[in-house]
Design a protein around this ligand. Structure first.
Ligand SMILES: *Cc1c(COP(=O)(O)O)cnc(C)c1O
Length: 373
């Protein structure tokens, strides 16, 4: 209920918002460095809670942003033409089928608002990224949840059974946040094969750069319905603070609908310049991705030596079960200056982002005590 100071108002008057919002639990972000610093009483912090790329973005980004800063009085290009052309050229996609968004979270919001009517069904597989539930609830949709199997792989057969019934929207996150599991091309192809073309398919590929095992776009195109592949500059490209994501859509018409409901100038000029510079520096991307994957292996080996249960992550984080419980482990690591993400997944599951090598050294050193019962 909305809090107001006029006590004489009736319940209807004090809650002018849509009732659907009463059922929405706001996303709980990871701690900021400032919050963690206050709690831990130290400044040597490693932020391993939000899957940012701590190796940083391309060094070309700073110059591009400074150049864009020369004319802050001018509105940005509302259609991000240069950026979409660059993305389209490398991916061999018509730029008319690409929509740029202030982070791919906004893409999820736009798509859900564009296609979901109250009462429509959204098929997903938990545990997964909380934004789907938040935006689906805002749109007054219903959920069909096909829980993941032990080990958190998608239950492909159960998912196919639900997909075949033709829900309004299907969300597949691969690699999946927070569990790290990736879907295989074969499994995605089988799911699409049974999905009616009246269903809208969102494949969230926020971590695609860490695992480009197969061509999602080919599979989606071959399926032939309405679909979006969601991607972002926030993770491997290292630009989370500048908010740039994009959707590759099944048609220019779909982009046109998203253009109608999105704020027109939603990606700032600085963000567009930064994303273009990052996109053009694929060597940097390849280097950071390779280093992250190598470092992930080092952290995984340390976990295995400790006998800790974990998933086979295909992204820039590990997902592990703490015998001490998720909250206790996160609190202990915070005292060591390491911010990690306890999750509500039953059993004590914690998500930890792969940081710089020195961050990972600290993590590996702190893990035995942090996980001990
Ligand atoms: C981080 C993340 C996003 C979105 O991040 P943006 O910063 O909004 O681009 C989307 N989906 C998943 C699964 C993510 O982990």
């Amino acid at each position: 209920m909305l809090v107001v100071d006029q006590k004489s108002l009736s319940p209807a008057e004090i809650s002018p918002v849509r009732p659907a919002l009463e059922g929405v639990v706001a996303y709980r972000p990871g701690m900021t460095l400032a919050q963690a610093g206050r709690l831990a009483g130290r400044t040597d912090l490693a932020k391993l809670a939000s899957n940012e790329n701590l190796l940083g973005c391309s060094p070309r980004v700073a110059d591009a942003v400074l150049a864009a800063l020369a004319s802050p009085e001018i509105y940005p290009d509302p259609y991000c033409e240069t950026l979409r052309a660059a993305i389209g050229a490398r991916l061999a996609v018509d730029p008319a089928r690409i929509v740029m968004t202030p982070g791919s979270e906004a893409l999820i919001d736009y798509l859900f608002r564009a296609v979901l009517h109250p009462g429509d069904s959204v098929l997903l597989s938990s545990p997964t990224f909380p934004a789907y539930e938040i935006f689906a609830r805002c749109a007054e949709a219903r959920f069909i949840d096909v829980p993941r199997r032990p080990g958190f792989d998608l239950d492909v057969e159960a998912f196919k059974r639900e997909a075949a019934k033709g829900p309004k929207l299907i969300v597949l996150c691969t690699p999946n946040n927070p569990t790290g599991n990736a879907l295989s091309g074969v499994d995605l192809g089988e799911i699409l094969a049974v999905t009616p073309r009246s269903t809208v398919v969102l494949v969230d590929e926020a971590y695609r750069e860490y695992h480009d095992a197969f061509d999602t776009l080919d599979l989606l195109k071959a399926w032939g319905g309405t679909w979006v592949s969601g991607r972002t500059f926030s993770k491997a490209y290292g630009l989370a603070g500048l908010r740039v994501g994009y959707g590759i859509c099944s048609s220019a018409q779909l982009v046109g609908y998203l253009d109608r409901l999105r704020p027109l100038f939603n990606v700032t000029a600085l963000s567009q310049a930064a994303a273009l510079a990052a996109w053009d520096d694929q060597e940097h991307l390849a280097r950071t991705v390779a280093l992250t994957i190598a470092e992930r292996g080092r952290v995984e080996t340390a976990l295995d030596v400790l006998g800790v249960e974990r998933t086979a992550s295909a992204a820039n984080f590990v997902f592990l079960r703490s015998p001490a419980g998720a909250e206790a482990t996160a609190a202990r690591l915070l005292r060591e200056g390491l911010i990690v993400r306890p999750t509500p997944v039953p059993g004590g599951w914690v998500r930890i982002t792969i940081g710089r090598p020195a961050d990972n050294d600290r993590l590996i050193a702190a893990l035995p005590a942090a996980l001990a019962v």
